[in-house]
Design a protein around this ligand. Structure first.
Ligand code: NI
Length: 171
């Protein structure tokens, strides 16, 4: 089976609000498999389903370092139930905005409720990279991109650049 393409800005689908998963069934497990495939192939550390064109609230992640064993994680219907007042600044990138990195300020810690692949309710208290990634991916489920957290000037510049690239590719 072919690896699913990852959508790149300015693809309008990336702005859709994804729908909650009603039942964690075989189709969701298959979707998660396809997401991992695309994510590892890219390679990236996190992916939201909408990035392969599926507007459902599913996130895949693997924060293992290169020399470590894989640590695949799936978050279904993830929801931030608490965020710290303390913020932190982390450099972020996105497979839908290739080769662009910028520091983003977000709450340093978050608590996230979600369903796992067996449909069980879970909660995680996330810090550091996990906190950043979860917030970044949950943003995707709401049609929000990390560039939306930057100044309008920076954001407009990025969108303009990738719109030009897309136009050139279509010619
Ligand atoms: Ni992203």
């Amino acid at each position: 089976m072919a690896i699913r393409d990852i959508l790149v800005i300015p693809d309008k689908k990336l702005r859709l609000v994804s729908q909650p998963v009603a039942n964690v069934d075989g189709s969701i497990r298959k979707l998660a498999e396809e997401m991992f495939e695309a994510m590892y192939d890219a390679p990236g550390i996190g992916l939201a389903a909408i990035q392969i064109g599926e507007p459902v609230r599913v996130v895949t992640m693997d924060l293992a370092k290169k020399d470590e064993e894989k640590q695949p994680q799936v978050f279904i219907n993830p929801e931030i139930v608490w965020s710290s007042d303390e913020t932190s600044l982390h450099e972020e990138g996105c497979l839908s905005i290739p080769d662009y990195y910028e520091e983003v300020k977000r709450p340093a810690e978050v608590k996230v409720k979600y369903l796992d692949l067996e449909g069980r309710l879970q909660e995680v208290h996330a810090r550091d990279l996990l906190a950043t990634c979860l917030q970044h991916e949950i943003d995707h489920l709401n049609g929000v991109l990390f560039i939306d957290h930057l100044s309008k000037l920076k954001r407009d510049r990025v969108i303009k650049k990738y719109t030009k690239i897309a136009k050139q590719a279509a010619e």
